[in-house]
Write a protein that binds this ligand. Structure first.
Ligand code: ZN
Length: 282
């Protein structure tokens, strides 16, 4: 891993558990592409390391993740990266849908799908904010353990967009809860997320690390192949319930929305920036 990647994602292995952490705490761990590729590299390393039996994904600082980077000085949407998730041309140098579709297929939808298929158990350990792109990260994991101060939010309907790119909302909650979450853009508390079955456990903030490690350690005692096949089995069941095909169809709607914004307002995000989202979020 390069030193630049080490700055935005950290990784440590202890007692069979790899803990991978987003590390842009000054920007509430907003994900730029540098983060995406550093995360991917850390996941690959943990997968290749036979000493790692389970993976925990967390965020350094006060929050798990505030979403995709739509306004920090490290925003890097105009940069090229070697593609890992899909075979497609580079978005850099392309225009309009040609550029957006290429980029989002790779760094958003493709990467989350790739991480959902990591053959080792992955547990999201969520505290504080888990917003939009942060949801995609947590939802790509097998379990979510949340602290009682965690909240979940997808405010992108205010950009005229029907949810984030990894559109799992109706499957990880239920259709009515998904609509409410999206229509209002409100924060969903950890307690409510637990009621809906979106998170596995809600624990006091000060116990989050310990309780998550405890669960990861129990899982880590199972045989490697047994876990990998079980993960595939449940993911396949979800896909047979329309998870994958549904997400593909919504990805088209998502890009219709970006294109509409660009056509009508001259900006694919409808002029909504990070400050506006923070001000309007409640
Ligand atoms: Zn998008």
């Amino acid at each position: 891993m390069s030193s630049a990647e080490e700055q935005v994602v950290t990784s440590e292995v202890r007692d069979g558990i790899a803990t991978i952490r987003l590390n842009r705490p000054e920007y509430r761990n907003a994900q730029n592409s540098a983060v995406t590729y550093a995360l991917d590299a850390a996941f690959v390393e943990a997968t290749n390391d036979d000493a790692v039996k389970a993976i925990v994904l967390a965020g350094n600082g006060k929050h798990f993740c505030a979403g995709h980077d739509i306004g920090t000085p490290g925003r890097d949407i105009d940069q090229s990266f070697e593609r890992k998730a899909v075979i497609w041309w580079d978005h850099v140098g392309a225009e309009g849908v040609d550029s957006r579709f290429a980029r989002e297929s790779e760094v958003y939808l493709g990467m989350c799908r790739r991480w959902r298929e990591i053959p080792k158990p992955v547990i999201a350990m969520v505290h504080g904010a888990c917003i939009a792109g942060g949801l995609m990260l947590a939802w790509s994991c097998d379990f979510i353990v949340a602290s009682d101060d965690a909240f979940f939010q997808d405010p992108v309907v205010q950009m005229g967009i029907p949810g984030v790119e990894f559109f799992a909302h109706p499957w990880v909650t239920n259709p009515r809860a998904a609509k409410e979450m999206l229509y209002t853009g409100d924060r969903m508390s950890a307690a409510r997320a637990y009621e809906l079955g979106m998170v596995n456990h809600v624990v006091p903030r000060e116990e989050l690390e310990e309780r998550t490690r405890e669960i990861a350690s129990r899982v880590a005692r199972m045989p490697r192949l047994g876990l990998a096949l079980t993960k595939k089995a449940v993911n396949q069941a979800e896909d047979l319930q329309g998870f994958r095909a549904g997400m593909d169809s919504v990805f088209g709607l998502h890009h219709a929305a970006h294109a509409h914004n660009a056509e009508v307002q001259g900006d694919s995000l409808a002029g909504v920036n990070i400050k506006a989202i923070r001000a309007e979020s409640k």
